[in-house]
Design a protein around this ligand. Structure first.
Ligand code: ATP
Length: 358
């Protein structure tokens, strides 16, 4: 049994414009200790997915259908009290903005110690000791002294480290990080990502890392799900996604990975914007922006398929993509080439999209 199993999750928001289907029929699973990335543009449904895991979707939204099983138990069936126990204790979350996670009127140390006392039944002294130890582990210098600092006395990067310490304080099995580094500058971003990766291994905690940046996923994750307009369009081990992407949207996202000193001609960024979620385009939601779209793409919605066999993807399918190409339905096929640039050299990816014309 996987640690987390999300099955056919659909989340809707009732707005004046109509019903927004923010997440539709979404399925994925995360194994114990796995680092799982969720990537897509703004509005893809990444945060809504994360909030659903914590059962934090609020009106006008609701989880319309699906199951979210954590250690085999459907969290949608739990009582409010049971969900509160789950949050923080077994599933912890780190958001983009550390400031909203920290209460300005308590010292950083007190807040973490309070979480420890609440969840782990430690006395004051034990909680304080554990807090200092955690602050030290997340790289806060002079942890003993900084325990008594208020959040505003910490820099943005230090605040995010403290939030990570708080998230890990109750030894969760799953850490959900929603754009944890977006508010930070690039050097600090790299440090925080390294920290998340190191701590995930050290604490043996699985991570669901949400970002709009494939470069961030590359640094941290083992497996990735690409989302577009509320649905998964590609799932793959990270290396495979980079070397052999099977969905045109993924290829478009790759062009926006910033690399220092990267002089190569970029693949075009994807023109256009995400469709209106109240009224999705017919057929494949991505077709209005897809350079390879054909008439069939306006008519048929592509399921997730195994690109090797064209069979419907099941949970054990390692690499799947929702493009009609893999159902053998495109006449001209996909024709893209991915250029990978390593630190030392640049080489063309040998893996071209199968079924390409030339
Ligand atoms: N409170 C809300 N009320 C109405 N619609 C909402 C609400 N929250 C989310 N949505 C809808 O769900 C869509 C997906 O939102 P979500 O926050 O999950 O996107 P995201 O992929 O996390 O993007 P971002 O990177 O901008 O956070 C939004 O575009 C919006 O249409």
């Amino acid at each position: 049994m996987a640690l987390l199993e999300v099955e056919d999750l659909t989340v809707e928001f009732y707005t004046e414009e109509g019903v927004v289907t923010a997440v539709e029929d979404l399925s994925y699973r995360i194994e114990r200790g796995e680092k799982f990335g969720v990537v897509g543009e703004s509005g893809a449904g990444k945060s809504v997915t994360a909030l659903s895991l914590m059962r934090l979707i609020e009106s006008p939204g609701r989880i319309a259908s699906g199951e979210i099983r954590f250690k085999g138990e459907d969290i949608l069936e739990l009582s409010e009290r049971e969900v509160r126990d789950l949050r923080g204790n077994e599933v912890a979350m780190v958001f983009q903005d550390a400031q909203t996670a920290l209460n300005p009127v308590y010292t950083v140390g007190e807040q973490i110690a309070e979480a420890i006392r609440h969840h782990l039944d430690y006395d004051d002294r034990e909680a304080r000791e554990r807090t200092v130890q955690l602050l030290d582990e997340v790289g806060i210098p002079e942890a003993e002294t900084r325990y008594s600092d208020y959040p505003h006395e910490f820099s943005g990067g230090m605040q995010q480290r403290a939030v990570i310490a708080m998230a890990l304080s109750c030894e969760p099995d799953l850490l959900v990080c929603d754009e944890p580094t977006t508010a930070l500058d690039v050097t600090i971003e790299a440090q925080i990502l390294d920290l998340i990766e190191e701590l995930a291994d050290e604490f043996d905690v699985a991570v669901q890392l949400i970002t709009h940046d494939l470069g961030v996923i590359a640094k941290v994750c083992n497996r990735v799900m690409v989302m577009y307009a509320g649905k998964p369009v590609e799932k793959a081990p990270v290396e495979e996604l980079y070397y052999d992407p099977k969905h045109p949207y993924t290829v478009g996202l790759m062009s926006s990975i910033p690399r220092v000193g990267d002089e190569r001609d970029r693949l075009r960024t994807i023109p256009g914007t995400m469709p209106d979620l109240v009224e999705l385009p017919p057929g494949c939601s991505f077709h209005p922006r897809c350079p390879y779209a054909e008439e069939v793409c306006t008519l048929e919605e592509p399921p997730l398929l195994d690109p090797e066999t064209g069979a419907a993807a099941i949970e054990t399918t390692a690499h799947s993509a929702a493009c009609l190409e893999w159902a053998g339905k495109l006449e001209a096929g996909l024709d893209y080439e991915v250029e990978i640039r390593d630190d030392e050299d640049t080489h063309r990816n040998p893996a071209r999209a199968e079924g390409s014309d030339d």
